[in-house]
Design a protein around this ligand. Structure first.
Ligand code: HPA
Length: 282
């Protein structure tokens, strides 16, 4: 992103290009689809697709299964702007580059962000294939997207992370899961850089810190979203038990197999949530 432009100037340019591509589609709800969860974007009706690489100053996805495009259209009758694939730090992206699409969504008028991922379960009472609402997070990436010389230009640099995962949206998600007969756990998510999976010793340490789930995404997006005042919901698919839990040794293959199996349930959950947000005028 060495363009000599400020973050705000870059975002203004990207916003202009996106607005043109979206042809008046103006969603309030943004959805980030994590590993193996991208097929939900195929449920979006009347889709307008914008590859990340066509958006100035945006990096593109290189991670397996991350298509790397925005998909704008209607899900469950509600307009959404989805990211089919995301940007990770482990791909070599800076924290600011990971956060960039979130700031872009905010600039396009998105007020509610639903970010999703596949995660390992640290909490031994959780089961593979269940979903888990993020109630809070531990940012263990060692980075923060708001670090910089001019973050105040976009929004004030000091902001509270109390209730970063919106309690009202979490209650709504619990209601939808109940209606859909889906198991939805709730817990503290720990995000780290990756790409190596954790060691059993790290997992034991994270458990003592109060972490219930772990993965390599989300925290930088959520910090960026809260920086801009967006309301946030985070949902993990528990794709595996974390390393060393019940002898588990996580693999990419397992993550994608579990995600494929969970796809219909994940679509019901997220579509139901989007519908409920619109129905309750949140
Ligand atoms: N650890 C880190 N990232 C992950 C995991 C995990 O166990 N599962 C899916 N993404």
């Amino acid at each position: 992103m060495e363009s000599g432009l400020t973050l705000c100037e870059k975002l203004a340019r990207s916003t202009e290009v996106m607005k043109e591509a979206l042809q008046g589609c103006n969603p309030r709800i943004g959805v980030i689809l994590g590993s193996g969860l991208g097929p939900l974007a195929n449920e979006i009706l009347d889709p307008i697709r914008v590859p990340f690489k066509e958006v100035p100053f945006m990096k593109t996805s290189t991670a397996t299964g991350h298509v790397g495009q925005f998909v704008c259209g209607t899900l469950g009758g509600v307009e959404v702007l989805a990211m089919q694939g995301r940007l990770h730090g482990y791909e070599g992206n800076s924290a600011e580059e990971v956060a960039y699409p979130v700031w872009l969504m905010a600039s396009l008028g998105v007020e509610i962000l639903i970010t999703t991922n596949a995660a390992g379960a640290i909490n031994t009472s959780f089961n593979v294939g269940e979903f888990c609402l993020m109630a809070d997070h531990i940012n263990f990436t060692g980075r923060n997207p708001v670090v910089g010389t001019e973050p105040d230009e976009l929004a004030f640099r000091f902001f509270s992370m109390l209730d970063a995962y919106d309690p009202e949206l979490r209650a709504l998600a619990r209601g939808v899961a109940q209606d859909e007969h889906l198991t939805l756990r709730e817990g503290t998510y720990l995000g780290l850089l990756g790409p190596s999976f954790e060691t059993p010793a790290e997992i034991r340490a994270f458990r003592m810190w109060g972490a219930d789930t772990v993965a390599m995404s989300v925290v930088e997006e959520v910090i960026a979203a809260r920086h801009h005042g967006m309301r946030v919901m985070g949902i993990s698919l528990l794709s595996n038990m974390a390393c060393g839990v019940e002898g588990a040794s996580p693999s990419d293959k397992e993550v994608f197999e579990v995600a494929k199996e969970a796809e219909p349930k994940f679509c019901r959950l997220v579509t139901g949530i989007v519908r409920a947000i619109a129905a309750q005028c949140l």
